[in-house]
Write a protein that binds this ligand. Structure first.
Ligand SMILES: Nc1ncnc2c1ncn2[C@@H]1O[C@H](COP(=O)(O)OP(=O)(O)OP(=O)(O)O)[C@@H](O)[C@H]1O
Ligand SMILES: [Mg+2]
Length: 646
C-alpha cells in the first residue's frame, strides 16, 4: 500500500509507462495492412486528421430556440465545435470559417492547397487559438509511420508506384506521395530493397517533441535561412559521405517536423518574401525542397499562419506578392463584440493567473462594456451604447416598446467591425494594476474605471480614439454603472424584491386587462368589483415615459402580448415583457429613493437608519457577492453620485 506521495506518484508513472508501451505498434507492411483492413481511414491526410480530431469532441448546432442564437445569429444556424466552447468566447463565426476551411480541405478540395491565414488585431486570441488547434493533434490517435523516418512518413509510401493501382482497387485507399530520400536510401542500403521488411511504428503528435507540429517564428532578414524550413546538410558528416548522400541530411526544418500535421507561421508577413516561397511551394506542389541538391520531398500538412492587420495591409499593397495572395484563405479573427462573452474571457484569464483579489460585482462587466464600445463602429441608426446592448442580445426599450432593429443591418453597415479598439490585454493590465493599487486587495467598478481612464490617458496616442474612449468612460459608462448600481441598491433595500415586483406586475395586468376589455377588477381586500385604477396604472407607466394617449396603446399591447404567451402555454412573470419590467423596476426604485438617499449618507444616519443600512450591506454581501469593503465603496459612490441633488 503506497503510504507517501512519491510512492503514489511513481505508481502512476509505472502505469503510464505500461499503457504507452502497450499501445505502440511495431511491425512491417503486412501487419500495417491488417490494421488498415479493420480501419481504412487510418492513412488519412493531414487536413482530414485535424478536422476529425477537432470534430471528434462533438459538434453542437446552435439551436434556433437558444436565446443567444436567436437574437444574434438570426437565420444562420451556426455549428459550434465543442472543442473550442469552454476556451474561446464570442468567436463562433471565425471558428465556423476555420472549420469550413478544414472540412473542404479534408475533402481534398482546392483548400487543401492553400494556406489558412488568421488575421486579427493584437490580443484577439490568434496565438491562443493556434495553440489550441495544435493540441487537438496531441490528443488525436497516434500516426503510423516508417520507423526511423525523420519526417514520420506514411508507411504506404513503401508501395511502389507500379503496384499502387492494384492496391487501391483492393483496399479502396488512395496513396499519395513518395518515399523521402532518407527512407529510400535505407531501403536500399539496409533492406536490400525489400520494402515489406521496413519497420513500421506509431508515434503520437507532440508540439514540444516536434513530432507532426512545426513552428516558424518570425525572423529578421539576417537570420532568415531556409534551413529553418527544410532542414540542412550536416557539415560534420560531409567528410564521411559523398555530397548527395541522404545520410548527410538533417531533415529537421519546420516542414519536415510538421509533415503529417501542422506547420505554423507566426506573424508570417514579418518574413521576407523569398522565405515565403517555400510555403507556397509546399501548398501548391505538396512538396518542399530538399537541403543540398536532392529532389523535392513530399509534404502533407496543414499550413496555418497568422498576423495582424498592419502587416497584412503592407504585404497586400505590394503587387509582386500577388502569387502568394492567391494561395491564401483569410479568416478574420476580430475582437469579441458581445459584452457577456467578453466577460468570460477575463474570467478565464483570471482563473489561469494566481490572482486572488476580490472582484466586486459588475467590475468585469464594466470593463467588458468599455472594451466592446471601443471596438464598435459608429452607426447611423443607433447610439454606441444601444448597439452594444443589441449585440449582446439585450432588449433596448424606447418609448415604452422594445426597439426593433435588425442586428444584421447594423453588421452590414459596419464591415470589418472588431478589427480595432481596446485589446483584451489592455483590460487585463488594467485589472492587474487596479488590484495592485488597492490597499484592500480588491477591484470594483469604480476603481477599474479610474484605472482605465489613467491607462487610456497614458497609452492611447491617437487623439480621436483617446477622446472617444475617455468619453465612454467618463460619461456613457458612468451613467450606465449608476443605473446598474441604483437597481442593485434598491434590490438590497426592498425586502422580497421579486415578490413585490411580481405583485405589482399581477396587479397592473389585472387592471390593464380590465381597462382594455372595459370590465372590472375584483378588489383583493373587499372582494368588490371595482373600476380599473387609472392612477395606479399611470404611476407605473410614467416610469418609462408613457403619458397621455400612448397609455391606451401600451395597455392594449401588453394585454395582447401576455394573452398570446399564455395561449402558447408559456409562463409569464414580471420579467416577461421588457418595457413593463423596466417600469416596475423603476417604480420600486423610486419607492425607496428617499430612504436610500438618507441611509447611504453616513453623516445623517440615526440609529434606526443605521440598522437599515447594516441590513442592506448584509444583503449586498450575502446575496450579491460584495465583501464589506467593496460594498462600502460602491455605496459611497452611490451616495456621492446618485442622490446628489435630489
Ligand atoms: N475571444 C476570445 N476567447 C477566449 N480567449 C481570448 C479571446 N480573445 C483573446 N483571448 C485571450 O487573450 C489572450 C491574448 O490573446 P493572444 O495572445 O492569443 O492574441 P493574438 O491575437 O495572438 O495577439 P498578437 O497579435 O498580439 O500576437 C490569450 O490568453 C487568449 O486566450
Ligand atoms: Mg500572437
Amino acid at each position: 500500500m503506497p503510504n507517501n506521495k512519491s510512492d503514489k506518484f511513481f505508481k502512476l508513472v509505472g502505469k503510464h509507462r505500461e499503457t504507452k508501451k502497450k499501445q505502440k505498434f511495431l511491425g512491417v507492411l503486412k501487419d500495417y495492412l491488417l490494421v488498415l483492413e479493420k480501419d481504412k481511414g487510418i492513412p488519412k491526410l493531414a487536413h482530414k486528421r485535424l478536422f476529425d480530431s477537432i470534430s471528434s469532441h462533438g459538434i453542437t448546432k446552435m439551436q434556433k430556440s437558444e436565446e443567444r442564437c436567436n437574437k444574434l445569429f438570426g437565420s444562420e444556424e451556426l455549428k459550434k465545435y465543442d472543442y473550442f466552447t469552454s476556451k474561446f468566447f464570442g468567436m463562433e463565426r471565425s471558428l465556423a470559417k476555420i472549420m469550413r476551411f478544414l472540412r473542404s480541405a479534408s475533402l481534398k478540395g482546392e483548400e487543401s492547397r492553400q494556406v489558412l491565414l488568421l488575421l486579427g488585431p493584437v490580443g484577439a486570441g490568434k496565438s491562443a487559438l493556434m495553440e489550441h488547434i495544435k493540441s487537438a493533434l496531441e490528443s488525436s490517435d497516434p500516426m503510423y509511420h516508417i520507423d526511423g523516418c525523420p519526417i514520420h512518413e506514411e508507411p504506404l509510401h513503401l508501395i511502389p508506384r507500379s503496384l499502387r493501382k492494384d492496391f487501391e482497387d483492393l483496399y479502396g485507399i488512395k496513396i499519395e506521395g513518395d518515399l523521402c530520400p532518407v527512407c529510400r536510401f535505407r531501403l536500399k542500403d539496409e533492406f536490400d530493397n525489400d520494402y515489406t521488411a521496413m519497420p513500421i511504428t506509431q508515434s503520437s503528435f507532440s508540439v514540444r517533441g516536434r513530432r507532426g507540429v512545426g513552428v516558424v517564428p518570425p525572423m529578421d532578414a539576417n537570420s532568415q535561412d531556409v534551413t529553418v524550413l527544410v532542414g540542412s546538410e550536416d557539415i560534420s558528416k560531409l567528410d564521411m559521405y559523398p555530397e548527395d548522400d541522404p545520410r548527410v541530411l538533417s531533415l529537421n526544418g519546420a516542414f519536415n517536423v510538421g509533415n503529417r500535421g501542422i506547420v505554423e507561421f507566426v506573424e508570417v508577413f514579418k518574413n521576407e518574401i523569398e522565405f515565403l516561397h517555400t510555403m507556397i511551394t509546399a501548398t501548391q506542389e505538396k512538396s518542399v525542397p530538399s537541403p543540398g541538391k536532392g529532389p523535392m520531398i513530399y509534404f502533407d500538412g496543414v499550413i496555418l499562419a497568422h498576423c495582424n492587420e498592419a502587416e497584412w495591409n503592407k504585404f497586400k499593397s505590394e503587387n509582386t506578392n500577388e502569387a502568394i495572395l492567391d494561395r491564401i484563405v483569410r479568416v478574420n479573427v476580430p475582437y469579441c463584440l458581445e459584452v457577456s462573452e467578453e466577460k468570460k474571457i477575463y474570467k478565464k484569464l483570471l482563473g489561469l493567473s494566481d490572482f486572488d483579489g476580490h472582484i466586486a460585482p459588475h467590475t468585469l462587466e464594466i470593463a467588458s462594456m468599455f472594451a466592446v464600445l471601443s471596438r464598435l463602429h459608429l452607426s447611423n441608426k443607433v447610439d454606441a451604447l444601444t448597439k452594444m446592448k443589441l449585440y449582446d442580445g439585450k432588449d433596448v426599450i424606447e418609448k415604452g416598446t422594445v426597439k426593433k432593429i435588425d442586428i444584421n443591418d447594423l453588421r452590414d453597415e459596419a464591415r470589418d467591425e472588431g478589427m480595432t479598439g481596446i485589446s483584451t490585454r489592455f483590460i487585463m493590465k488594467a485589472i492587474d494594476s487596479a488590484l495592485s493599487d488597492s490597499e484592500k486587495n480588491m477591484v470594483t467598478p469604480v476603481s477599474i474605471r479610474d484605472t482605465l481612464i489613467k491607462q487610456v490617458k497614458d497609452q492611447i496616442v491617437v487623439e480621436d480614439d483617446r477622446n472617444r474612449y475617455l468619453d465612454f468612460l467618463g460619461k456613457t459608462l458612468h451613467e450606465e454603472y449608476l443605473n446598474i448600481l441604483e437597481k442593485e441598491i434598491t434590490k438590497a433595500f426592498v425586502s422580497a424584491y421579486d415578490e413585490q415586483a411580481e405583485a405589482l406586475f399581477n396587479n397592473y395586468l389585472d387592471h390593464a386587462e380590465a381597462y382594455v376589455n372595459m370590465s372590472t377588477v375584483k378588489d383583493n381586500v373587499t372582494n368588490e368589483e371595482i373600476q380599473p385604477d387609472e392612477k395606479f396604472m399611470a404611476s407605473i407607466e410614467e416610469q418609462i415615459g408613457i403619458v397621455g394617449t400612448s397609455r391606451e396603446n401600451f395597455r392594449v399591447d401588453i394585454t395582447a402580448f401576455m394573452f398570446s404567451k399564455l395561449r402558447r402555454g408559456e409562463k409569464v412573470d414580471w420579467k416577461s415583457y421588457a418595457p413593463l419590467k423596466e417600469a416596475i423596476e423603476s417604480k420600486l426604485t423610486s419607492s425607496v429613493k428617499q430612504i436610500s438617499r438618507i441611509v447611504t449618507k453616513s453623516k445623517s444616519r440615526d440609529k434606526k437608519q443605521q440598522g437599515k443600512y447594516n441590513e442592506m450591506v448584509e444583503t449586498l454581501i450575502k446575496e450579491y457577492g460584495y465583501n464589506e469593503e467593496s460594498a462600502e465603496e460602491v455605496i459611497k459612490f452611490a451616495a456621492n453620485n446618485l442622490w446628489r441633488d435630489s
